[in-house]
Write a protein that binds this ligand. Structure first.
Ligand code: MRU
Length: 363
């Protein structure tokens, strides 16, 4: 589907990723050669987005297996790697899913096969994500088509928050998969992109990938969505998620809840696109049970971008130096505000029954 993937193997079997902190201005590739490189890539948000965080952690375990084998470390080295990666970010559940999957793959694995087994398991996670995201598009496309038909072929206006595109995954993306498939089919689509302060993933990343894919879009500040909805300028909202409970509560980038409230008040469908790897079947109550990441206050106090004057990336202070800022990374949208969930197995209500109808193995 795409000219590039967000994480890929090198000839010498290390892994490379795009430094997403430099986008859209610079294309910088970072090579990960140790598990601590992978941990740093996740912690420092060189990579971000729930599925990509999971894939990076999986390759991190492969790198740990390789380091252990090549440098003759004790087996405890692998436990250290699992722990470090597990603590790299708290909210996206794909991280824990991927690490559990790697642990299972390596259980009872003879030392001589550890590296190869870890490599294959990480590659499987990546391949699975690509196919999963493609299928989210297959199931999400009819929702866009139905609105296009109702509007007799007029442009469908979609609002999104943060980046749940291919940059947060491996290819396709979650919310962008139905959009890319709609555009490929010749539907007229326009995307309102929330800038998504404090780190501006919407402005930097969603706008970047929509531009690359030739999708008509407009950048808006985070507070604009409600106004657009009141004036009939949004047909549907689609967002991604970092963790969704078995009852359909959705954790996503901070500010998602406010968009859901505005959509609800204006009778606009609010969809969440997610791979099943983002479902946390162990919890029900999103507000109480999903850990919300709190990040450094400097992300709020300083805006990062390309300086108009110098043409280089810079940080600009937007408040008095001494002002304190708080920086919650995510919020939880209660299931009652979610019109439906778009998964790789189909579209379902954001309820336990709805989810179990598609994933009966979790009953
Ligand atoms: O802090 P980030 O950039 O990792 O947050 C990412 C999001 O909130 C995405 O919308 C979510 O992970 C879905 S990615 C397909």
């Amino acid at each position: 589907m795409s000219a590039f993937r967000t994480i890929w193997p090198t000839e010498d079997r290390y892994v490379e990723v795009i430094d997403q902190r430099q986008l859209p201005h610079e294309w910088v590739v970072v090579k990960l050669k140790t598990y601590t490189d992978a941990e740093k890539a996740i912690k420092d948000m060189i990579v971000r987005g729930a599925p990509l965080i999971g894939a990076t952690a999986a390759y991190g375990i492969y790198l740990a297996a390789r380091e252990m084998t090549e440098q003759g470390h004790e087996p405890v080295f692998m436990d250290e790697a699992f722990n470090a990666l597990r603590n790299s970010r708290p909210t996206a559940v794909n991280l824990f899913w991927a690490l559990d999957k790697m642990r299972n793959a390596l259980k009872d694995c003879p030392a001589s096969e550890l590296v190869e087994t870890a490599w294959n398991a990480a590659e499987d996670i990546v391949k699975e994500d690509i196919e999963t995201c493609r299928m989210i598009g297959v199931h999400g496309l009819p929702l866009i088509e139905a609105i296009a038909a109702k509007k007799q072929g007029e442009t469908v206006n979609i609002l999104t928050h943060c980046n749940a595109g291919m940059l947060g995954c491996i290819e396709w993306g979650t919310i962008t998969s139905p959009i890319y498939q709609a555009v490929e089919k010749g539907l007229k689509v326009h995307v309102w992109v929330d800038e998504t302060r404090p780190r501006n993933q919407g402005a930097n990343l969603t706008c970047y990938e929509l531009t690359r894919h030739g999708v008509h879009h407009t950048l808006i500040v985070d507070n604009t969505g409600g106004h657009l909805m009141q004036h009939g300028m949004v047909d549907l909202v689609i967002v991604g998620t970092d963790r969704t409970t078995r009852k359909g509560d959705v954790a996503n980038k901070i500010g998602t809840y406010l968009k859901a409230l505005a959509a609800n008040d204006n009778n606009i469908p609010f969809y969440v696109a997610l791979p099943s790897t983002t479902l946390d079947w162990t919890i029900s109550d999103g507000l109480r049970e999903i850990p919300i990441e709190e990040r450094n206050q400097d992300e709020v106090k300083y805006v990062v971008g390309k300086s108009r004057r110098s043409g280089i990336m810079d940080e600009v202070l937007v408040c008095p130096e001494t002002t304190k800022a708080s920086n919650y990374g995510f919020d939880v949208t209660p299931a009652r505000l979610v019109t439906a969930l778009i998964t790789e197995r189909g579209v379902c209500p954001a309820t336990e029954e709805g989810l179990l109808s598609l994933f009966p193995e979790h009953a």
